[in-house]
Design a binder for this molecule. Sequence first.
Ligand code: SF4
Ligand code: SF4
Length: 340
Amino acid sequence: MDASKVYFYDNLSNLKAGVNKIFKMIADEVDIEETMGIKIHFGEGDNDTHVNPNHLRDVTKYFKKPVFVECNVLYRGNRLRKDSHLKQAADHGFDFIEIDILDGEMGEDYSEIEIETKNTKKAKIGRGLKKYDNLISIAHFKGHIVSGFGGALKNVGMGLGSRGGKLDMHAGVSPKIDEANCIACGSCAEQCPADAITVDNFAVINQEICIGCAQCIAVCPEGVIKIPWGTRPTNEFLEKIAEYTLACVKDKNWWYINFLTDITMKCDCVGSKQEPFMKDIGILFSKDPIAIEKASMNLIIERNNGVNPFKTHNKNSIHILKYGEEIGLGTMKYELENVK
Ligand code: SF4
Ligand code: SF4
């Protein structure tokens, strides 16, 4: 496979101008009348190192119908449900264009996209993604405690998984109930689409019939239905993110923008402020999600005195790029071209 082009804009005093140049490059490739979905993470709670929405404000000059697209998250927080998710997006300044939460009120609305990969045959993706043919991933590149780093692949593959898809990537099939703190209210059993929960003194999930939709996690008023984080081997977790990305990009046009700014050790799902640990680098743009991730990591290592800062999280985070190549998402070979 030939090397992919990755564009690099590093005028840190005017990142908005760089974004506009990239939007113009994308706009030249599409019909301006068509809807442009923009997948972005709005940042959880007090997080303030997510992508700064002010850099994106000129988007309507380049696309007539830009829409921020996102799915609800797995864990308890502001982005667990559509209403509080939209409020979170507005609180962080992303309400200047339409926002479309693709997987319903509580992550229950998904379609299964069939792919032929090692770990995934049917990826559970927010149903609303079907409406979009053209999409831009705008990702904040930073560390992640399990995957090592998070950028375009995590933004698309993990981000657009429905709640059940996210559970599938993280942990396998079923959530676990903290029986000692269950108040036996029955809400989970009422909402379970597979009738997999019975409640007596406490709720019990029948693992044989649970379909892993994770709906019960969202409805439990006590927060005692837990995601068994980390029960999936890490390489398989990384492979699943790549596989879900493949499902999301299937039959669609995607462009990828990575912000290498406010680079933190943990992801934007952490609902508290984090201190960036290194200087800003700039913005990268590519049509290849593997090439842009590789270029992002290389720049970070180069500017961090040759040391991968995320190796404390995961020494083998590069596995997602190798595997992404194997399943045809792109190539780690890239040519970096400066955007002036
Ligand atoms: S127990 Fe029911 S609601 Fe919970 S994940 Fe399984 S199928 Fe979904
Ligand atoms: S919703 Fe939560 S507290 Fe209520 S029965 Fe289910 S697990 Fe227990």
